[in-house]
Design a protein around this ligand. Structure first.
Ligand code: ZN
Length: 64
């Protein structure tokens, strides 16, 4: 368990692959980039707050 975060799971077939893989060795489908995983690491609430925050900023700019 030295590199727990160095494994990714194929979203298509669920096979565990070493981090950095670009194509699944089992189903051959391309894997999403790391950004996708970091985004998934965010809570839904955190993403909601981010969107809400930018919306409030926009409304504030329009209102003035
Ligand atoms: Zn796969």
């Amino acid at each position: 368990m030295t590199e727990a975060n160095s494994h990714i799971t194929c979203p298509h077939c669920g096979t565990e692959l070493p981090a950095g893989s670009t194509v699944c060795t089992n189903c051959g489908k391309p894997l999403p980039e790391r950004k996708w995983y970091s985004l998934k690491g965010l809570n839904a609430a955190e993403i909601f707050l981010l969107i809400l925050g930018s919306l409030m900023l926009l409304i504030g700019l329009v209102a003035v």
